[in-house]
Design a protein around this ligand. Sequence first.
Ligand code: TXA
Ligand code: MG
Length: 323
Amino acid sequence: MVEIAPVSTALERALALLRAGEPVAIPTETVYGLAADACNGAAVARIFEAKGRPRFNPLIAHVSSMAMAETIATFDPLSRRLADAFWPGPLTLVLALAQGSPVHPLVTAGLPTVGLRMPVGFGRDLIDRLGHPLAAPSANRSGRVSTTTARAVAEEFGDRIRLVVDGGTTPVGVESTIVKVERDGLRLLRPGGVPAEAIEALAGLPLERGAGAGIEAPGMMSSHYAPDAAVRLSAAEVRPGEALLAFGPRRAGGAGHAVAVYNLSERGDLAEAAANLFSALKVLDSSGAKRIAVEPVPMHGLGEAINDRLMRAAAPRGKTTDG
Ligand code: TXA
Ligand code: MG
């Protein structure tokens, strides 16, 4: 089985593997990532191999400093303000690739843009020591839900990777928010750990939703994040054979008959709900229920990211997936 080592002792071992071109699973504040040296094409290819991705989608390059970010991408003034305000943290900026960027084209899938973010904690320390950016998609097999514990990562990959660095349960629980500054505004490519309202307040601009002209965000494909069980949203009652994904203090009708119940947050706290989301889906999926009924979750703040992931989990299967 894959080695699991705590952050307190894993840094040197992780560095050695990364320098040898091996992918390593690491904790970030959002979800676990499967990281490789973003400048080493063969190492990045091994990420796709381990994830079993059907095709090469662009990956986020993670940096430890603004100086490193500026070797990779060109910052317009608004992107710089967003980076100043939210980095390190769960915000990914899609930026123009800089001339002479050291990031391998496999990371950007050959696009003239690159997704960049600066993570909090162990990941940032590791990148700083490595001296190179890390390409890191979420540490799950293609088309499955993201992982928020080291154990879930180990179950996901088994012997396909050598090391999982254990940083405990990831505090944010959903992936980073992805935005792109466009000529005429600011586009939300994926809701995530930074609420849209916080970005809008800083930018003084409303976020445009949905794919713009020529936008390439394969991670936005509808059947991403699929558990094995079917998912039914905005459930007012639990039907026979269903498990219940609950939210808040009041229960849907028939909750007493649910195959299993998992409450994202008894007190209706959206940050707590986001942190619990992926493990809740896994727990209910393994209950053997044929379907998961989901109580309504409000759309404000982190609720937008939670509802986005739930809608993907509920989407018809078999469409293009990212990972
Ligand atoms: O929180 C996160 O963002 C986690 C942790 C590990 O950092 N990472 C993550 O990576 O969620 P991944 O590969 O599962 O999702 C990355 C998303 C994909 O939807 C991809 O299409 C989008 O970022 N992306 C990356 N580069 C892009 C680009 N140049 N243009 C548009 N979308 C891009
Ligand atoms: Mg992913």
